[in-house]
Structure formats: structure tokens, C-alpha cells
Write a protein that binds this ligand. Structure first.
Ligand code: CA
Ligand code: CA
Ligand code: CA
Length: 434
């Protein structure tokens, strides 16, 4: 007797879209229903997706493939499902540190973290803004060639074009014994290294302060100069549409990786240069050298995004840990109540001296890192949402107080939160980080 023949086979669904790692089961239906329902499943490209005997499809790589179900009896009828495996796009990329204070000759590695963790993109493109100062290879290894500054930027390669930048500041580092001070002890250490009277490899390495491969009298001279005239980290000046601003690299510690932060609050001039010439403020007739004010976090982020489009770099709003580390003077902190002094009048515009409006940036004394107005003038947004009081839910916080804050509000430990009813955001501004 001749076995009954299949007359038709169908696969449902006829097309599917998956992400790598995802699986779904296809159904094959053979007509007429009284013939054997067994089919053989096959994938055209097993690198994209595989299929098991039950029709379960598992996605592996990004691309397209065709899954075919073929009847087992003589007619060998078949039907297909088109499978598209889409990439899981990156939502952010961040570098292990966003500043590096190093000496010429140094080599270090930057590690990018791409989120979400299962993002398809695992590599970034690297570029240095000044290869004469620092070069970067495809693995994120940075080699510093000479004194100067350069910006190393990592960009995601999945089409999202997300970026993170690191400010490399290469200068002589005359703290030979690593105690955080520049003094005559460092001169002694260097002379000992020069004369071969020390076997401590770290002292020998650090004694070559100009990075030319040998500890000699020129290095001793550099240390003495640093001792006499002081050392401040190299800063980097950026210009956008004709308006300049300066970023300061800040050494990190075990809790805060090194980062860069702006020397001043974002000025009205910079805000206008980036945002197309309209003022940040609805409240004042604002001078160009005043901080941009009346900004909420949303408008601050909008400004940062536009700035990044214009520069091809990755500026950002500082995290609170970074803002606080910078405000207290970083690793050079002298423990002041206000950023740079215990006398608020020396460092801050606040409600007793401001005449109820912001003042030109950098007209009070700077703090230990050379940063201005971290206490007072305008309060500065932090990047995180923080649980607010009175069941407000998570709200953005701002730090350091403004021209309209009292003495307590301008302490380095002071913060405010966004009041949704105060949509003019009086006294709120922004300081850029990288
Ligand atoms: Ca020292
Ligand atoms: Ca040297
Ligand atoms: Ca401020």
C-alpha cells in the first residue's frame, strides 16, 4: 500500500526578529493532518542562528538567515522562516579614568565599559586629539611622547557613536618620593638616583622627571624650579565657536577615578556659543562673563549634548563624588569649610555680598586645585538623581550654593534639590566635567 502524501507544509511565524542570545520556537504544520507531522529543520547560516529538532531557534550573531522545515516523506515539501538578528545597541560607554596626570614617556591603559553588559558592540574606535603629545592604539594603550595635553576619545562602533574622553596632561612630576609634597627631600632623592646611590626602582624611575630616560642634572633643576615656583597640573583650553574654556585634570583616589573638571562655571558666553546665541536666563540681563544661570538639569544636559556634537568629544555633568572631590581641593585638600577658604568672603558670591545677582566667574579666589566659584555664584548640577525629601521620589541635586544662598548653603558639603515649582531655577548653573 502506498503511504499518504503530504500536500503542503507551513512554518509559523514566517519571519522573526531576535537579539543575540534570544530563542524562540517555530511551528511547522503539514497538510493533510493525517500524514506524518515530522519535519527536518535547517538554518542557512548557523553563525547567525541555529535551530534544533523541535524547531527552537537560537540567535547567535547579527545578520539574517533562513530557517527551512522540510517534510520527511518522499515529496520533501519545504517552508521557511526569515530570521533577522538585530544588534543590542550600546546605551553608554565610559572610560576607567577621564583624566591622566602623567610625565612624558609614560604608558597607561584606558578600559572602556559599554552598557548594557550584553551589548553587541564590544570594541571602540580610539583617537587622540594630538598624536605628538600622546598616541593611542586599538587596545586603548596610551603612550605619552612629550610635555603637553591631548584628549583621547573612545567611540562605540555599533552606529550609536557614543563617546567617552580622557584629558591626558603630561608634565614633569617632581614628587620623587611620592609623599604629595615638592620639597628638598625630592631634590636629594633625585641627586641620589643621578649618582647611582639608590637601588629603589621607583625612585630611579621618578627621578627622570622630564622622561628622557636618564636621571641627571636637568631633572634636579626641574625639581628645584618646581620647589621655587610651584607646580600646578597642566590644563587644557578648548574653543567652541570662538569662546574658550579651560578644563583642569584632577588626580583621583581609591574611590574616585581621575577626571577633568572646568576651571569655572559654564559662562553665559559659552552657553550662547553652543546653543545658538540665546541667553540661558529669563531673569536677568546677563553679562557674557557671568555664569549661565536659570538652568534646570534637562537644559544643562541639552547644552552638554550640543557641545559634544560640536566638538566630537565627551563632556558631561559631573557625578557628585567628582564634584565633591574637586570642591574640597582633591588630594591637595586643606579641609576648608568653603571651596578654597574658611572665610566665605574670599571665595564666594553669596546672599550677603551678591546684590542678588550672579557675578563674573573667577572674580573670587580659587581653591586648592585652581577651581573658581565651587562655593556660591551659581549652584551646580550633579549627574545623578537622588532620593529627595518629602516623598518627592528621585530628583536631581545641585551643589555648592549660589549668589542667593546663605553661608550654610555655600559649604562644600551643601546641596539643593530641584523644586519642580520653581521652573525658572534661579541661581542654578553648570560646571562641565570630562
Ligand atoms: Ca615629595
Ligand atoms: Ca631626565
Ligand atoms: Ca558655583
Amino acid at each position: 500500500m502506498i503511504p499518504p502524501k503530504a500536500t503542503d507544509v507551513q512554518v509559523t511565524p514566517a519571519s522573526i526578529e531576535l537579539f543575540p542570545g534570544q530563542a524562540t520556537t517555530l511551528t511547522a504544520t503539514v497538510q493533510p493532518s493525517y500524514v506524518t507531522q515530522t519535519v527536518i529543520w535547517q538554518s542557512q547560516d548557523q553563525n547567525i542562528a541555529t535551530v534544533d529538532e523541535q524547531g527552537c531557534v537560537t540567535a547567535h550573531g547579527v545578520g539574517q538567515t533562513t530557517i527551512t522545515a522540510t517534510t520527511t516523506e518522499a515529496a520533501q515539501l519545504s517552508a521557511t522562516c526569515q530570521v533577522t538578528v538585530n544588534p543590542i545597541l550600546a546605551s553608554s560607554v565610559s572610560l576607567s579614568q577621564t583624566a591622566a596626570i602623567v610625565k612624558p614617556g609614560a604608558t597607561f591603559s584606558l578600559t572602556p565599559t559599554i552598557l548594557p553588559e550584553n551589548a553587541t558592540c564590544s570594541v571602540v574606535d580610539w583617537i587622540s586629539s594630538d598624536p605628538q603629545v600622546a598616541t593611542v592604539d586599538a587596545q586603548g594603550t596610551v603612550v605619552v611622547h612629550q610635555r603637553g595635553t591631548a584628549i583621547v576619545t573612545a567611540t562605540t562602533t555599533d552606529g550609536t557613536q557614543l563617546r567617552s574622553s580622557c584629558l591626558v596632561a603630561a608634565d614633569c612630576q617632581p614628587d620623587i618620593n611620592g609623599d604629595g609634597e615638592y620639597d628638598v627631600v625630592d631634590v636629594n632623592c633625585c641627586i641620589n638616583a643621578m649618582l647611582g646611590k639608590t637601588s629603589d626602582p621607583e625612585v630611579i624611575e621618578k627621578s627622570d622627571v622630564n622622561g628622557d630616560g636618564i636621571a641627571d642634572i636637568s631633572d634636579v633643576n626641574l625639581i628645584i624650579n618646581a620647589l621655587l615656583y610651584g607646580v600646578r597640573s597642566m590644563t587644557h583650553e578648548f574653543t567652541v565657536n570662538g569662546v574658550a574654556f579651560t578644563m583642569v585634570p584632577v588626580e583621583g583616589n581609591e574611590d574616585v577615578p581621575a577626571f577633568a573638571i572646568a576651571q569655572t562655571e559654564t559662562t553665559e558666553a559659552l552657553y550662547k556659543a553652543v546653543m545658538g546665541n540665546y541667553s540661558a536666563s529669563h531673569l536677568f540681563d546677563v553679562e557674557d562673563n557671568w555664569p549661565a544661570t536659570s538652568l534646570d538639569l534637562y537644559r544643562s544636559q541639552e547644552f552638554v549634548n550640543k557641545l559634544n556634537q560640536l566638538t566630537g568629544l565627551a563632556f558631561r555633568i559631573p557625578r557628585y563624588s567628582e564634584w565633591y572631590h574637586a570642591a574640597i581641593g582633591g588630594n591637595r585638600s586643606l579641609g576648608f569649610t568653603y571651596a578654597g577658604s574658611n572665610d566665605i568672603e574670599v571665595v564666594a558670591w553669596f546672599n550677603e555680598n551678591s546684590d542678588d545677582h550672579p557675578h563674573p566667574v573667577a572674580t573670587k579666589a580659587p581653591n586648592e586645585l585652581g577651581l573658581y566659584d565651587m562655593s556660591g555664584n551659581v549652584a551646580e548640577w550633579g549627574a545623578e538623581l537622588v532620593p529627595g525629601p518629602h516623598n518627592m521620589g528621585e530628583v536631581p541635586f545641585n551643589y555648592g550654593g549660589g549668589y542667593n544662598s546663605d553661608r550654610i548653603g555655600c559649604r562644600v558639603t551643601s546641596f539643593g534639590f530641584y523644586d519642580y515649582h520653581d521652573y525658572e531655577c534661579r541661581g542654578l548653573g553648570l560646571r562641565l566635567a570630562m
